[in-house]
Design a protein around this ligand. Structure first.
Ligand SMILES: Cc1cc2nc3c(=O)[nH]c(=O)nc-3n(C[C@H](O)[C@H](O)[C@H](O)COP(=O)(O)OP(=O)(O)OC[C@H]3O[C@@H](n4cnc5c(N)ncnc54)[C@H](O)[C@@H]3O)c2cc1C
Length: 500
């Protein structure tokens, strides 16, 4: 175990997470008289709104996930630590993180918790095996592998039944992510892949978007929801509303509408975009502080975003339940900037800010190429104009000029030609998650614990010394018996060389 210590006595701020909340909070403290340690379980900042474009072959993962170390390289008061936070000790003000069996304990004076949210399967976590969510780069790459892989297997199918099962794609959840995924899979099948296969007609693929709710995109209101549904249907997506998934396996799923018999849909590829659950760190904080948790595991914070009874701990972004704030990037950005400013003001002995107030800049979702819906104040916009607005805003918020430039180039190619340059799909992309989950401690089971390296080092040193001796004493190329007789024991390396 290592303890991360400070090199001077400045106020120590620990930020958990490198998403919108973690990164923007850390950057907002650039000029504050503090040392910031950002601890996150990935080495990148993830621009989640474009994950679906990685999953459907438009962008590569690097374009939406720049390394946090590089982003913060010029911020001298910021330090980046890789690790999954496994414990927060509010009393002793310590954060414990782990990576591949290594444990680090980091003390803090102020803490910003921005660990976001994961996928929720509403108590049916077993569905995750066959219906990945859409929360991380791993998810997007796995889905990419599954989607493109399904077309490949359909080309090899031996029966019509199997071919149909492989060419049926079901997206569960008709929120923005589900709409975007369904729209993109339809575009792939009906346009991008049309000429690439010989035995199958990709245009016959069925893309189903289903939701237990009675409308598409409920937060966008009835009018935009209906417009989105029409637009999806025009693009060949079957929209099935009021239907709940009751079972799901490798080859399909069972859905049930209210008061009706369950119905099975044969479909190999399923995408789960139906629900979110706040990071389990919220529960940990709630247990120690007595703060309330809502059904999605989000923690009730004070109006100044502090944890009840712990003014030195701020919780921001997707993890909080406050004033019905939505789980969107702007909430994470604005809450984390507020927390960073409050820490700075306290150090300068300035009075506290007014309670946090969210400034809603609007919401948008793409449906397909040249088609989106947007809500800005009282304005409701659909079609190409909304799509252009979406394009510009996403480019502006992507981190880094390099990423903006390459994304713009890829978009130009994709939108003008229908081609997609990021169609790589490998077996590991599809199956590594399940293989890792079968290990008791995940990837940690595949590496040597740091303490055992000394034995390995001794062995490597002995091997290197023997190699050098063989060369220095001119024993290369000698028969094993001779070498053995001469030195009192030959090595495997020697035997291999003499036998060659
Ligand atoms: C597919 C998708 C599409 C979206 N589209 C939009 C959109 O179009 N517009 C919009 O405004 N919003 C969108 N959102 C929502 C938006 O991305 C989130 O609201 C936003 O990312 C929340 O920011 P956050 O910092 O709270 O959490 P996140 O951005 O999720 O960041 C959480 C961070 O914490 C880290 N972390 C988690 N647990 C631990 C741990 N135990 N230890 C260490 N690190 C940990 C994660 O690795 C990550 O770095 C979308 C979300 C998804 C999933």
């Amino acid at each position: 175990m290592s303890t991360s210590t400070s090199t001077n006595r400045r106020h120590q701020v620990v930020v958990i997470g490198s998403g919108f909340g973690g990164l923007f909070g850390t950057k907002a403290m650039k000029r504050a008289d503090v040392d910031v340690t950002m601890i996150a379980k990935t080495t990148h900042h993830l621009f989640q709104p474009l994950l679906y474009q990685v999953a459907t072959g438009i962008l590569s993962q690097g374009e939406i996930a720049p390394p946090t170390r590089e982003i913060l390289s010029d911020q001298k008061n910021a330090n980046v630590l890789l690790g999954e936070v496994t414990n927060i000790d509010l009393e002793r003000k310590l954060v414990t993180s782990q990576v591949l069996g290594r444990q680090t304990v980091t003390p803090y004076d102020s803490l910003i918790v921005a660990a976001g949210a994961g996928q929720s399967y509403f108590g049916n976590d077993q569905f995750a095996v066959h219906a990945p969510g859409m929360k991380s780069i791993d998810d997007a790459l796995e889905l990419r592998g599954r989607i493109f892989g399904a077309f490949e297997l359909a080309e090899l199918a031996e029966s019509e039944e199997e071919r149909q099962r492989l060419l049926t794609f079901v997206v569960v959840g008709a929120g923005p992510t589900g709409v975007e995924m369904a729209g993109q899979i339809a575009e792939l099948a009906h346009h991008t892949l049309r000429k690439d296969f010989r035995r199958i007609c990709t245009e016959e693929a069925r893309v189903i978007l289903l939701d237990a709710a009675s409308q598409v995109l409920p937060p966008f209101g009835a009018k935009l929801g209906a417009a989105t549904q029409r637009s999806l249907e025009k693009r060949g997506v079957e929209v099935r509303l009021g239907e709940m998934v009751t079972d799901l396996d490798e080859r399909g799923l069972v859905v049930q509408a209210k008061g009706q018999d369950p119905q099975r849909i044969e479909a190999v590829t399923k995408v789960w975009a139906a629900g979110v659950q706040a990071s389990p760190l919220g529960k940990m904080l709630a247990e120690q502080s007595g703060a309330p948790l809502d059904r999605a595991g989000r923690i009730g914070v004070n109006p100044d975003l502090t944890l009840p009874g712990h003014p030195d701990v701020f919780v921001v972004g997707d993890m909080i339940a406050l004033d019905n704030l939505p789980g969107v990037a702007q909430v994470a950005i604005q809450t984390s900037k507020y927390a960073a400013k409050e820490i700075d003001r306290r150090l300068k002995n300035k009075p506290p800010q007014k309670p946090f107030k969210y400034f809603d800049k609007g919401s948008m979702a793409t449906i397909s190429k040249f088609s989106a819906v947007a809500m800005v104040g009282k304005l409701r916009i659909t079609g190409v104009i909304a799509w252009l607005m979406w394009l510009v805003i996403h480019l502006v918020y992507l981190t880094g000029f390099k990423n903006r430039f390459t994304t713009l180039v890829k978009w130009t190619v994709t939108f003008l030609s229908n081609d997609r340059s990021e169609r790589i799909a490998t077996e590991q992309q599809i199956f590594a998650r399940q293989a890792l989950e079968r290990l008791e401690h995940g990837a940690a089971d595949l590496v040597t614990p740091p303490g055992e390296w000394n034995d390995i080092r001794a062995e490597l040193e002995a091997r290197a010394a023997e190699e050098a001796r063989l060369t220095d004493e001119g024993e290369r190329g000698m028969r094993r018996e001779a070498a053995t007789a001469g030195v009192g024991g030959g090595s495997d390396t020697n035997a291999r060389i003499s036998g060659a």
